[in-house]
Design a protein around this ligand. Structure first.
Ligand code: CAA
Length: 379
């Protein structure tokens, strides 16, 4: 589908594909097995402009569009879905709300470090008791003198360990749920803010997923992000974009599954011939690629709508829903084509399946995606 891309987007795709193949691919399996955060790779991604692709050069961004961002996250995730989500959660969730809702002072203060990758960003919305029902968050922020004082615990925060800046949501009018939530920028090192438990996960093991704990954490009054009590909209608008980042991550996993399956099917011989000669295998590959292209087109369409400033919540939800389910489908088939070897850690197929599953869950489960799509259709 390269014919849909501009020359600039194609050049970026080629550059990120090369970087991912040469620098991410060779260490991906070992890093995943040991749960190592790919610090050097993330640093290099920053130097290549990949930590702030869709943001203006005045904030040290690469000045490209959202379609370019989608392409880059897919290419990275083709080799390592953990690195894909590190880049995506940083950019879509940690950086984007500051760009979209921040004051000029906040943008000048925080964006250059984030766009360049000198600092990593994260997003604290989910809490132990509020996942899909994001408005039910219990963390609070009270204005005491000229400081906001935050209390509460966030969990399942991607990049929680490494992030220098967190966008955090807390109730400023407890009891009002979605209408009492506000967004704040909290810097690592602020007294009363610490990283808590690290999740021990099925997949994406190179990226950290942690609690963020706030105990009488006082931040400057000016660190309110967006309007008071309008934080739920900040979260929802941010997640619309984030869902396309996860869609792109899922596309990368799907493509890795298909490319590995094709390679193996051509090499593996049974009954005196490559298994690629058998129709059972051919049909699986045909189904995988057809599903992948359908998912790619949905992601491309929603990314293009975002670039054009059109409403795209429904389209982003459709894109993530499709891409995440396609990633799991393709990873499953990839294992099937590899047979017993697919179940072994000697090959990457089992990693793809473990990584694919989370794309159906984070930044809105498939059930929430269906809810967003149907509520848009029925309203
Ligand atoms: N854009 C702008 N505004 C939006 C919006 C959107 N996409 N979606 C909703 N809103 C607005 C509504 O218009 C409404 O506005 P008013 O108050 O003015 O009427 C307000 O927000 C409340 O909307 P709802 O009544 O629809 O809210 P709800 O409580 O029923 O929840 C929901 C809706 C879609 C289920 C939402 O809660 C949701 O998306 N849940 C999933 C949360 C999620 O994705 N969490 C992932 C967290 S990040 C993560 O996974 C960790 C990580 O680090 C990767």
């Amino acid at each position: 589908m390269d014919y849909l891309l501009t020359e600039e987007q194609l050049m970026l795709k080629e550059m990120v594909a090369k970087f991912s193949k040469e620098e991410i691919g060779p260490v991906a399996r070992e890093n995943q097995e040991k749960g190592i955060f790919p610090e050097e790779i993330v640093k290099k991604a920053g130097e290549l402009g990949l930590m702030g692709i869709a943001y203006p050069p005045e904030y040290e961004g690469a000045g490209m569009d959202f379609v370019s961002y989608m392409i880059a996250v897919e290419e990275i995730s083709r080799y390592c879905a953990s690195t894909g989500v590190i880049v995506s959660a940083h950019s879509s969730l940690g950086l984007d709300p500051i760009y979209r809702f921040g004051t000029e002072e906040q943008k000048k203060k925080y964006l250059p470090d984030l766009c360049s990758g000198r600092k990593i960003g994260c997003f604290g919305l989910t809490e132990p008791g509020s996942g899909s029902d994001a408005g039910a968050a219990k963390s609070t922020a009270k204005l005491v003198g000229d400081k906001w004082v935050l209390n509460g615990t966030k969990n399942f925060t991607t990049n929680g360990e490494e992030a220098g800046t967190a966008v955090v949501f807390a109730q400023t009018e407890p009891g009002k749920k979605t209408r009492g939530l506000s967004a704040f920028i909290v810097e690592k090192g602020t007294p009363g803010f610490k990283v808590g438990k690290h999740e021990n996960k099925l997949g994406i093991t190179c990226s950290s997923t942690t609690e963020l704990i706030f105990e009488d954490c006082a931040i400057p009054k000016d660190n309110l992000l967006g309007e008071l009590n309008k934080g739920f909209k900040v979260a929802m608008v941010t997640l619309d974009g984030g869902r396309l980042g996860i869609g792109a991550q899922a596309l990368g996993i799907a493509r890795a599954s298909i490319e590995d399956a094709i390679k193996y099917a051509k090499e593996r011989e049974q009954f005196d011939q490559p298994i690629a000669n058998f129709q059972a295998i051919q049909w699986m590959i045909a189904d995988m690629w057809t599903e992948y292209e359908a998912a790619w087109l949905l992601n491309y369409r929603a990314s293009l709508m975002k670039d054009k400033g059109l409403p795209y919540s429904k389209e982003a939800a459709m894109a993530k829903l499709k891409a995440s389910e396609v990633a799991s489908f393709c990873a499953n088939k990839c294992i099937q084509i590899h047979g017993g070897y697919g179940y072994s850690k000697e090959f990457d197929a089992e990693r793809y399946l473990r990584d694919a599953k989370i794309t159906e869950i984070y930044e809105g489960t498939s059930e929430i995606m269906r809810l967003v799509i149907s509520s848009n259709l029925l309203k």
